[in-house]
Design a protein around this ligand. Structure first.
Ligand code: ZN
Length: 154
């Protein structure tokens, strides 16, 4: 009985994130990545701006199912003001969590940890990981251009 109440609470938090997403929008001078999940039709445009090694700002726009939107909202909450290494570690923890692996670092995902139940719905895994893949791509692109800038400086 307590479990179904807990399920309702989780569902409510997920619905809150999907109907009122956090960090919705776009950053003018940020690194932008567009990704989609063709199996569901989810689309995301993620922008982020680094200051040194830290994610100073992050925002997203998109359309898709409630899991993809909620996951993007939760992801931005989890990684803003984190270092690149910390954010990439969280992406890995999240990806393993929705494949059913438990890890004590899941607590660092904040509300994102509530999506662990997605592991029971394999067809929704890609919905939940879309935003995290966009994050990984944006960070890879950023460090790629930083590496190029370093190269051209020599
Ligand atoms: Zn979806």
């Amino acid at each position: 009985m307590a479990l179904s109440k807990l399920d309702n609470l989780y569902r409510q938090v997920i619905l809150d994130h999907s109907s009122h997403p956090h960090h919705l929008g776009q950053i003018d001078d940020g690194e932008t990545v567009d990704l989609n999940n063709p199996t569901c039709g989810d689309v995301i445009k993620l922008t982020l701006r680094l200051e040194g090694d830290q994610i100073a700002d992050i925002a997203f726009q998109g359309s898709g199912c409630s899991i993809s939107t909620a996951s993007a909202s939760m992801m931005t909450d989890a990684v803003i003001h984190k270092s690149v290494a910390e954010a990439l570690e969280l992406a890995e923890v999240f990806s393993e969590m929705v494949q059913g692996k438990s890890d004590e670092r899941q607590a660092n995902l904040g509300d994102g940890a509530l999506l662990s139940g997605v592991a029971k719905f394999p067809q929704r895994i890609k919905c939940s990981t879309l935003a995290w893949h966009a994050l990984e791509k944006a960070l890879a692109d950023q460090s790629g251009s930083a590496a190029l800038a370093n190269l051209s400086g020599h």
